[in-house]
Ligand binder design. Structure first.
Ligand code: EPZ
Length: 464
């Protein structure tokens, strides 16, 4: 099982490109099931989750390739679906990745039937899909649960456009909005999705669906209006840059009091994050003409300890839950006491116990954590238990004095491609090694991690 050894503290300094976004790419890949023509997606990095979704799409009868995977922005995925193939998404694959649920809406709309294993909870609590099912039922789909499988069937004359309210107890749902949107594009008549998620990854899906021939307005707002069409066609689409990786890099600059220059930086989707980081003392200097807010070049600098801050995670455009763990890492070293409240996943705090092993001080009060800034963190062996929590431990390791060993980095590989190479390029002393091949919980067999690049660059295909 792979682990990272990090010797700190270090001061990051250098340039990086922000790759395509995993959380945009996964639903876009699933949406390719809506047509039998080829859909080409550019800037899709070879994350473990992308490999898992490719396996799932192939099991659903699609032809899928992933080329040019050594491109720092991500490779090119080509998908060609077959509507006559079996629409069953088996538990063996769905259990490796919750985002597998994103095939439900496209399969139901394109094939009239879908059988998708119900995803379970995850490391930070329950992750229900009731709103996905509510939205699809509203379009006249019949949905039953049988032996852990969601069995969904469209009426013989197809799904019907309807007015649907998609808000839930914790606000809108990103994946639910995407699933219902994919079903509505082929439904008869007009669908209005009210309390839709406004996240940039939903807008990216709208851009893809429009390029495939769908009629949708309202992206980025809580009301999406969809006029169903009879069929969709193939297209080529460039995946939006990864706002969570860009945010992680910005926080890496902050925690190391360093300087990171990012190109392909999606400022458009990060204004809420920039606001919080500026309040703690991070500087953003844009180096371009601001013609395209989605893809900018920025220099991020921090030359002193950060200030404490109060932050609440919120749906976009608020501060994202997927950067809460990384922010906590930098706040452990801030001047004063910070308060971070988690409004999306109230239990998403596994990383605090590991940070405490490095000298951080927290006081948890329900969904909030008070962080008392300490003068320094000290290296320690720590264990990752989810994707963003792993990134948080790596950032803490970069700033801590001495050696930090982060084990179980397979969690990190789900959404960061060779993060150790990325930060080594900026001066970090970080290496990947095989810590304990006999760990009984190692799911490496279920997740395929692409091999390291060979020296001669060129077109390659992932083993997925
Ligand atoms: C997406 O998950 C992201 N995943 C998550 O990123 C991210 O944390 C989350 O959105 C919130 O921004 C992908 O895009 C693949 P939700 P999703 O449905 O769509 C509740 C990462 O680290 N809810 O918007 O599954 C839910 O429990 C991952 O990259 C219901 O109550 O999230 C949560 O409290 C982790 N019923 C809230 O809504 C439902 O049917 C938002 O969840 C669905 C969700």
């Amino acid at each position: 099982m792979d682990a990272f050894r990090i010797k700190g503290p270090c001061k990051l300094d250098g340039e990086l490109e922000v790759p395509g976004a995993k959380n945009a790419a996964l639903p876009l890949m699933a949406a390719a099931l809506l047509t039998e023509e080829e859909v080409v997606l550019q800037d899709v990095p070879a994350y473990a989750d992308v490999g898992n979704l490719i396996r799932l799409l192939r099991s659903l009868g699609a032809k899928v390739t992933h080329d040019d995977v050594d491109n720092p922005l991500g490779g090119t995925v080509r998908i060609q679906s077959d509507h006559a193939a079996d629409p069953t998404a088996p538990y063996e694959i769905v259990k490796t990745m919750r985002a597998s649920i994103s095939v439900l809406g496209p399969l139901l709309a394109a094939r009239g039937r879908a059988s998708v294993s119900l995803p379970g909870g995850c490391a930070f609590g329950a992750r229900p899909v009731d709103l996905h099912l509510h939205g699809l039922r509203s379009l006249d789909a019949k949905i039953e649960l049988d032996g852990g499988q969601i069995e969904a069937t469209a009426p013989a004359d197809g799904l019907k456009g309807r007015i649907i309210f998609m808000g839930g107890p914790n606000g809108p749902t990103v994946g639910g909005t995407q699933n219902v949107l994919c079903a509505a594009v082929l439904a008869k008549g007009r669908t209005i999705i009210e309390s839709a998620a406004c996240e940039p990854e939903v807008s990216d899906l709208v851009r893809l669906l429009r390029a495939m021939g769908a009629k949708i307005t309202g992206e980025g707002s809580p009301r999406l209006v969809v006029d169903g069409v009879e069929r969709l066609h193939g297209c080529t689409h460039r995946v939006m840059p990864d706002r969570i990786i860009a945010g992680t890099d910005a926080i890496a600059a902050a925690i190391t009091c360093g300087r990171v220059e990012l190109s392909n930086y999606p400022q458009d989707s990060l204004l809420g994050v920039e606001d919080v980081l500026q309040r703690i003392g991070v500087r953003f200097e844009f180096l371009d003409d601001a013609k395209d807010l989605l893809r900018r070049t920025v220099r991020i600098t921090a030359d002193r300890r950060q200030e404490a801050v109060e932050v609440t995670t919120q749906p976009w455009p608020g501060f994202p839950t997927d950067l809460q763990a990384q922010l906590l890492a930098v706040l452990t070293l801030a001047d004063g006491n910070s308060v971070v409240t988690e409004k999306i996943y109230s239990e998403r705090f596994n990383h605090t116990a590991e940070l405490e092993r490095m000298g951080a001080v927290f006081h948890r009060i329900g969904p909030a954590v008070v962080v008392r800034g300490v003068p320094r963190l000290n290296g320690a062996p720590v264990m990752a238990s989810d994707l963003r929590g792993s990134a948080c431990l790596v950032l803490a390791g970069l700033a801590a004095y001495g050696e930090t060993v982060v084990s179980r980095v397979y969690h990190l590989d789900r959404g960061y491609h060779r993060l150790e190479d990325r930060y080594r390029r900026l001066g970090a002393d970080i290496e990947r090694f095989n810590a304990d091949a006999s760990d009984p919980d190692d799911p490496a067999a279920a997740i395929e991690i692409p091999a390291k690049p060979k020296k001669s660059a060129g077109k390659k295909t992932t083993p997925t």
